[in-house]
Design a binder for this molecule. Structure first.
Ligand code: FAD
Length: 491
């Protein structure tokens, strides 16, 4: 690279797509400012995560839009396509990297990936700093008196609240990038960006994707060229339906819907209300909203705060028990042999397809599954009912439902999805007991008494085009109880 060895601090953006109250970014910016060095933000589209996804995945559009928003704040940001370990190897060859800053991610793949990147950076003597940002408290901060992690939500939440209400949580303002020398990376003659584009092209090529960036003759490159589009990484730019336009740095609190949080205790269980819950799931998943600002806004709203604690509880469980493909409670692992398998049995396949397509003949289940397919969202109450229905009425393995949700949900979060599916199946920590079997008809009468939600998603409801129930509730309930009895008798 034909530029003097001016040091660069790298901020690696992952599930924290904002500049407001972002721990790693703030630290990287502070270090760069102190050293009079450059700051460069990096995002990696990782083929390991992207390749299995359908080409029309809404989440890719969400990430692309969120990155554009971040770049609009003035933070120099470049996105790559390829394995992060190769990208950081390339960056450390091309730039004189003084440090890499990122926020922690507790998923098993993310931890393995970070360990690999760390090894590469260590070899070059480049420090790698990780910060707690996705949750209020690091999983190791909320432990039982004996130093072990909790398995039960209520005592965990009690300890969490003790700590939370004793602390002052101070969000960090977005850094002022205009004050940085980082514009140097852009202004210098012999544009270093062109080298980075060339490196990006090579890494993407190796990963099987051909990416071209227009060869800009002038030394200036635009932030457009630095950010890959959905099409460049092989995706259709699918609309995600969420407003991301406001630069996060300007109005950090503007995405926090105060009115919904105030009424949350009364409205959260009514799926017909579009604003009964906050719809912040994707923002929390991808970090376009700061959890610290949100938790501060929830200090006087215990019912809402409790849901944020559930989120942290599942993050903590994932952190300590990385083997999420199996039942948290060992005595339930025996069930793996007995679930009805849609890959092997035509009956189970027919039932699973009816569930996915919203044609079970149970209106609340069907409305929920249609809402999910059309919007990528499903109301929490309905998620509980459809998940229970799949596991208990249809005896289909919770992992199959979990996988389908993972494909469809815009707010898909491994920790919460796994934790909630295991809760519904009765196999998780602090799960609903296996003999608690939701009656989908009663749930509908209770939570959608006017059938507004049902009619919105099932226009054919009440006509002869709407199918009869695929299973009888009473018989399915008895069958489920007998099925789960195996846990007692065969262990
Ligand atoms: P609100 O009710 O406004 O709650 C605010 C935030 O609190 C949510 O955005 C979420 O981050 C958190 N939260 C609320 N309820 C829960 C909960 N039960 N567990 C963990 N966090 C919660 N949530 C996900 O974020 N990702 C998932 O992949 C996911 N999969 C689920 C699967 C099943 C079977 C079930 C029953 C629930 C699942 N949930 C998941 C939890 C919950 O349904 C969603 O968080 C919620 O519906 C999102 O809507 P909202 O943003 O309007 O939530």
């Amino acid at each position: 690279m034909n530029r003097p060895n001016r040091p660069v601090f790298l901020y690696w953006m992952r599930r924290d797509l904002r500049t407001d109250d972002n721990r790693a970014l703030f630290e990287a910016w502070s270090a760069a400012s102190r050293a009079g060095a450059d700051l460069l933000a990096v995002f990696c589209f990782d083929p390991h995560i992207l390749e299995p996804l359908p080409r029309s995945d809404r989440r890719v559009g969400f990430i692309v839009d969120a990155l554009r928003n971040v770049a609009d704040t003035g933070l120099p940001l470049i996105s790559f396509y390829g394995p992060p370990v190769e990208i950081f190897e390339g960056l450390s060859q091309h730039l004189s990297v003084a440090g890499v800053y990122a926020n922690e991610d507790y998923e098993p793949y993310a931890r393995a990936r970070d360990a690999q990147v760390r090894t590469g950076l260590d070899r070059r003597g480049i420090p790698f700093h990780l910060f707690t940002d996705h949750v209020i408290f690091h999983p190791e901060q909320i432990l039982k008196n004996d130093g072990l992690p909790y398995h039960v939500f209520t005592p965990y939440s009690r300890r969490w609240k003790d700590r939370f209400f004793q602390s002052v949580i101070r969000p960090l303002d977005a850094p002022d990038f205009a004050q940085m020398p980082s514009a140097e990376l852009n202004d210098r003659a012999g544009d270093p960006w062109q080298d980075l584009f060339e490196m990006r092209r090579r890494i993407a090529d190796r990963a099987g994707r051909s990416i071209t960036t227009s060869n800009n003759e002038s030394a200036q490159t635009t932030s457009e060229e630095r950010l890959l589009t959905a099409a460049q990484i092989g995706f259709q730019p699918e609309p995600h339906g969420l407003a991301l336009k406001t630069p996060a740095s300007k109005t950090p609190a503007s995405r926090i819907p105060g009115r919904i949080i105030e009424r949350y205790a009364e409205s959260r269980d009514l799926p017909a209300l579009a604003d009964g819950t906050t719809r912040l799931g994707p923002h929390l998943r991808f970090g376009t909203v700061s959890i610290r600002r949100l938790a501060n806004a929830a200090r006087h709203h215990p019912v809402f705060l409790n849901e944020l604690i559930w989120r942290e509880f599942f993050q903590m469980i994932l952190y300590y028990y990385q083997g999420i493909d199996q039942e948290f409670r060992p005595e339930f692992r025996i069930l793996r042999k007995f679930w009805r398998d849609p890959a092997r049995s035509a009956d189970a396949r027919r039932d699973f397809e009816a569930w996915k397509g919203g044609r079970t003949g149970y209106p609340l289940v069907d409305a929920g599954m249609r809402e999910l397919a059309v919007t990528g969202f499903m109301h929490n109450r309905v998620r509980m009912v459809v998940a229970s229905f799949l596991c208990k009425h249809l005896l289909i393995d919770w992992r199959i439902g979990e996988r389908y949700f993972a494909e469809q949900l815009l707010d898909f979060e491994l920790a919460s999805n796994n934790g909630n599916w295991q809760w519904a199946a009765g196999t998780g920590c602090d799960a609903a007991p296996y003999f608690r079997i939701f009656n989908p008809e009663l749930q509908q009468r209770r939570f959608d008494p006017q059938m507004q939600y049902v009619r919105r998603w099932l226009p054919e409801f009440g006509t002869d085009r709407y199918p009869p129930p695929i299973v009888n509730h009473k018989a399915a309930r008895a069958r489920a109880l007998a099925f789960y009895e195996r846990v007692r008798t065969q262990n």
